[in-house]
Structure formats: C-alpha cells, structure tokens
Design a protein around this ligand. Structure first.
Ligand SMILES: Nc1ccn([C@@H]2O[C@H](COP(=O)(O)O)[C@@H](O)[C@H]2O)c(=O)n1
Ligand code: ZN
Ligand code: ZN
Length: 587
C-alpha cells in the first residue's frame, strides 16, 4: 500500500516538474464501493463564473459522474451519488425566483442521485418545503431519505419527506445496505413541517424496530445527513453510539453537511464521516473496502475535488473532446438559457478597486465585506416611509455574519452578485432601548463562542447563532500541506485554495494549493451610528431573523423593560441597498 502511494507521489512529482503550470493532482482511491458526495450547493449550479478554480457547472458535473459510474462498472465496483441538502439561498440562479429554487431545483434534479436528504434551507419557508415534498421527494422516490423531518398535510397528519429509511443491495458488489437520513436539531422550521431531534428518534419504537429487523442483514450502513460531522458537534456521535448497540461490527459511513467545510472524521475503526464543503466548490469522494479484513486506513479513503473541468478531466482520464456527455451538454445549455431568461449576467454596477472578503482578511480590514457593510452601506438604510438617504438620529444596526454568504469580487457587479453576497430578504426591525444597553448587545452576542449544546444552533430560545460559514480553526489553517517534495519555485506556482486538515491528515485535497488563511469572524457585526452625547434611548435595529438572539442578549444585560415584539423598521433588502451603494459610490 505504501509502495503504491510512493509511486503515485513520484509520478505526480515528475509531472509537476515537467510542467510549467500548476495544478498538480492527487488521484482518487477506488474500492468495493465508492461515493461521490455534494452538500450545501445553495444554487451554485452555474459554477463560479469569476473563479477559475470552481468553474465547472452542473452539466459538467453530470458528465463527470457518468464517466465515474462507467469506470466503477468496468472495475466491478459500486458507485453511489449522494447529496446532503441546502440546495438554495446563496445564488441568483436559485433566489431571484419565487419561491427560491423554482428554476434551479429542476436543474439540480437532472443529476441522478442514489441517495439524498433535506437541509434546513428547505424548511425556513413553507413554499420551499412544499416544493421539496411535491417535486424533489416525489421525483427521487425511495432514494430521498429523511428519518427525522416530516411534511404536514392540511388535515394535520404528517408524512416523511421521501422515506424514513431504505434497505437495498448494491447492484455490482451486492452489498446489503441500510440508509438513514438526518437533519440536525433545527427548530426554525415552518409550521407546515416538523423536525424530530435525533436524540428523540433514537428512543422511538419505529426506529429501533427498523434496526432490530435489519440486525443480521446489513453489510454497510449509510447515513445521509445535513449535520456537521466534526467531533465537537455531538449529534451524529450520539446516533453512532446508539447504532453500535445493534450493529457492533458493521461498517458505517456518514455523509454530513451544514457547516460548509471540507472534513473527514473517524467515528471508530469501522466508521468514518465525510463532509464536502459548500457552493459547488467541492465534490467529496470516499471509498470503502467492505469485504476485506483490513485496517482503518486501508478500508477508507477520501478526497476533496475542486469543482472545475481540469480536475474532472484528470480524474476521468478524458480529453476535453471526450468529456461532455449528451445529458451534460444539454444541462449546460439549459443553465445558460435560464441565466439569460433571468437576466442574471446583467451588470448593475462595477466594483473597481478590490475584492471584499468575508474572512480572507481580518474583520476590520478595509477589504473585509463586513467593514464595507457596517461603515458604509448600512449607514444608507432609511426607515420605512422616509426618503432621507442619511440618518441623523443615533442608532445601531446589527447583522448576523451568517447572512452574508460570499465574497464580493471586483469587476462587473451583476444581479447574481447581489444574491451571492446577500441572499436573504430579511426584514429590519427595531427596539428602542437605552444607549448604554444598545452598545453592549453585539459584544454580548459575540461573547459566547460556539458551544454546541442541547438546543443546537439556530434554536429560537438559544443565545447562540450559527458559526460563521466556512470556518476553520486557526490550528487547521496554519498547517501547510506536505504532500510532495516541491521546490520553492514549484510551490509558488500553486494557486491559493483549500488545504484541508482532517482525521486522515492533510493529503485529501485533490489539487495542491497554497493554503488561504481564514480569519475569525464574530457571530454578529454592528454599524454604530452615534453622533451625539445624548443619553436618550436609541434605535437598535436588526434582522427579524435574529430577534430571539437579540432578546436573549437584552435579558442577559438585565434589560427587560421593553415590549418583546420589535416593530418594523424597514423592508429594504440588503442586496438592493448594496447595489444602490455600488451604483452611487466608487468602491
Ligand atoms: N432568513 C435567513 C435564513 C438563514 N440565515 C443565515 O443562514 C444560516 C444557515 O445557513 P446554512 O447554510 O449553514 O444552513 C443561519 O444560521 C443564518 O446565519 C439568515 O441570515 N437569514
Ligand atoms: Zn448550508
Ligand atoms: Zn444548513
């Protein structure tokens, strides 16, 4: 095994030496069963139009998996395609329509997934849940698995999205497989749905009966989850302990999502978890030796593929002329046609000077997008019914950093860019509170760290917000990758990108990169617009989405002297505010 890997590395080293241009790839490891995984695609099916590294679109992805399936067949192996949910909110392609996902969801559905489940973004708004139930779950049939999320009918009864579980035998290797699907303990679901926390599901009779019935009939358990797999997030580990009571020696492969990172974790000697990033930047790969009596590292392998054509060509060993399949080509043209119809490429303005980043620069850096928003854009927010563009009364505006989803790139600023930065059309609400209290709220909300406890992220009555997206601990990012012996010159040729440190080490990314640094970002940022010394009460303005968190912070600050329902301040969509700012000022 080591010999084999050394040879692969030597081959790659030779290739990079003989070529002038990075990137250099690490190959996929194939096994009895192979999985291709996506998660948190959030509507990015057109690909990243201004980032070469992630420039493949959904049509390319379809061609890619078609070749992989063919290869698996030729090798006498199985290949399953899996998605872990969150398919809109993050891109003009999905969010310019009502409901979100109206045209992007049918494009997502062109990929022939073997197993898929639901994310929290399919549950914020009922129209999205209805679309998910009536269209997506209906279309995929028994491949759509949700063991803990249900849809409510008009007569008050509930049914699972898709099926609660699926038992099947894989077509090639005849691997007897039990698949279950889970969403994290999310409690902001709309009234027409419900989520039963994993902690409760494992006590339910139906669930334990399914486990009992399949006790001696399973070679592999597959968990498709919209739940982080990291060790500091307990839900899947609690599930795992429960599963092990019924299946002490069965291989269990988890597929996670939601925290938008690349990750691979070891649950125990026979079980690992894969999480495949976000926004069509990453395709996750894991392969499992199901039949052999082998060690952990021989049993499981993982890769994170950059979502671009070069990477796809490399892993399929195809030339550009051999790559496109008819279906792939058709989906690519459908995307182009749809983008044109939606006018997504229409430039609304121009970003001149530089890019504005979420976390590639510190939060107070002039090129940080939160700095741009809090110091410039949010000062132009006008209360409902007013026309003044500059507010003179003292106020503080707070936004949750999780509502801003992606960097703003210099160059043409399109309708798409607007949704990419700020997809949520949340309302602004206000509470009038003493200045001395208002000035402490953001700090209170940022003061908690991200400890996942009972109630979990997003809980209505919980003080914590979700961790910022795409967050990596500084410990992870400071480690450089050490895959090949590269000279300084060769290293410099590498582009910046993901260098993932996971439980198997730091050789999982298919493309060698110089690591980017992710600076910490707080839960919320504030735009403090205080011009006077007056001690009069001021307006504390925030998204209605974070009302429970603001109320919690005020309570923590011993301020309870207010009516707990904030009033409407403005229904201005932040995306429009940003657009107008860009059109008016040179940034
Ligand atoms: N109306 C909304 C809905 C969500 N958010 C933010 O999105 C986060 C969840 O996104 P995932 O992709 O990680 O599931 C949520 O915690 C909020 O930060 C929002 O701002 N407004
Ligand atoms: Zn997500
Ligand atoms: Zn999510």
């Amino acid at each position: 095994y080591d010999q084999h890997n050394k040879k692969k590395l030597a081959d790659l080293t030779t290739r990079i030496r003989s070529s002038d241009t990075a990137p250099t790839y690490r190959n996929l490891t194939w096994n009895d069963i192979n999985f291709v995984h996506t998660t948190d695609t959030h509507g990015w099916y057109s690909g990243h139009l201004n980032q070469k590294q992630y420039n493949a679109n959904w049509g390319d992805f379809i061609s890619f998996t078609s070749h992989l399936r063919q290869q698996a067949l030729e090798q006498g192996q199985d290949l399953l395609l899996i998605d872990s949910g969150d398919r809109h909110d993050g891109n003009g392609f999905s969010d310019i329509t009502y409901p979100n996902g109206l045209v992007s969801t049918p494009i997502f559905m062109k990929q022939n997934y073997d197993l898929l489940t639901i994310g929290n973004h399919e549950l914020y708004v009922w129209e999205n849940s209805r679309q998910e139930y009536e269209l997506v779950a209906d279309y995929f049939g028994d491949k759509y698995i949700s063991s803990n999320v249900e849809y409510k009918f008009e007569n008050g009864t509930f049914a699972p999205f898709g099926q609660k579980y699926k038992y099947f035998t894989t077509p090639v290797q005849q691997i007897r497989t039990l698949a279950l699907g889970f969403l994290f303990d999310f409690n902001r679901f709309n009234n027409g749905t419900r989520v039963i926390p994993i902690a409760e599901v494992i006590t339910q009779d139906w669930f334990n009966e399914v486990l009992q019935q399949h006790k001696d009939k399973v070679d592999l358990i597959v968990i498709v989850a919209h739940t982080p797999i990291s060790h500091d997030y307990p839900e899947l580990y609690n599930l795992h302990s429960h599963l092990r009571q019924y299946f002490p020696d069965t291989i269990i492969q988890y597929f996670g999502g939601h925290s938008h990172i690349r990750d691979f974790t070891v649950f125990d000697e026979l079980s690992t978890g894969l999480q495949s990033g976000r926004y069509c930047e990453t395709i996750g790969w894991t392969s499992v030796n199901v039949k052999g009596n082998v060690s952990l590292h021989e049993r499981f392998a993982r890769s994170y593929l950059d979502f671009n054509l070069h990477s796809f060509l490399h892993h399929t060993n195809k030339s550009i002329h051999e790559f496109d399949t008819d279906k792939g080509k058709h989906v690519s043209s459908l995307i182009t046609e749809t983008r044109n119809k939606l006018n997504l490429n229409r430039a609304l303005g121009y970003v001149n000077g530089s890019n504005y980043y979420i976390d590639y620069v510190p939060i107070d850096h002039k090129n940080n997008i939160f700095d741009l928003l809090t110091s410039k854009v949010l000062t132009t927010l006008v209360p409902e019914g007013h026309t003044n563009t500059t507010s003179t009364s003292d106020r503080i505006i707070i936004i949750n950093t999780g509502s801003i989803r992606y960097d703003l790139y210099k160059g043409p600023y399109t309708i798409d860019s607007q949704y990419i930065v700020s997809p949520f059309e949340n309302l602004w609400v206000k509470l009038t509170v003493p200045k001395s209290i208002a000035t402490q709220v953001a700090a209170k909300l940022n003061d908690n760290g991200y400890i996942y406890a009972k109630g979990q992220a997003d809980a209505i009555d919980n003080r914590r917000l979700l961790p910022p997206h795409h967050y990596y601990s500084s410990e992870r990012t400071k480690r450089d990758q050490t895959p090949l012996i590269l000279s300084e010159v060769e290293r410099k040729k590498l582009s910046k990108g993901y260098v993932t440190f996971d439980d198997f080490g730091n050789d999982g990314d298919d493309t060698l990169h110089k690591p980017v640094v992710n600076f910490p970002i707080p839960n919320v940022v504030e735009s403090v617009q205080i011009h006077s010394d007056s001690e009069e009460d001021i307006d504390l303005i925030f998204y209605d989405f974070i009302t429970p968190n603001i109320v919690w912070a005020l309570n923590e600050l011993n301020y309870t002297n207010f009516n707990k329902s904030p009033s409407l301040y403005s229904s201005k969509y932040l995306g429009d505010l940003l657009t107008e700012y860009i059109q008016q000022f040179i940034i």
